[in-house]
Write a new protein. Sequence first.
Length: 136
Amino acid sequence: MSSLKSYRELIVWQKSIELTKKIYALTQLFPKEEMYGLTSQLRRASVSICCNIAEGQARNSTGEFKQFPGISKGSLAEVETLVLLSKEMHVLKVSDYQALSDNCEEINKLLNGLLKSLATNHSPLSTIRRKNDQSK
């Protein structure tokens, strides 16, 4: 099992929390008729990314952890698709679309790194942000 004390140490979890907060803020600006459509779908998919990372890291073994970043990748693909649809339907500004797309790309790379680390049964130390690094 990894030497992490908490999923909160994972940069990918931290970045997915940031993405979720941005999505919640931006979807507040969506038309009310999208409350049960794009707004709800986007929010649930973004929450799923960080929750699956947390749940996986809390499992008893690296073997159990391995499946959860893959689930997060699926949710991330859902977010990317919904963000694109939101832009195409003119409920999301192009600049916001680009910013969210950039965030998604970064999270995807971090998830790939985490999956690679878990596949080699190493502790995902390269995906950790230590407390003293946060102050820089």
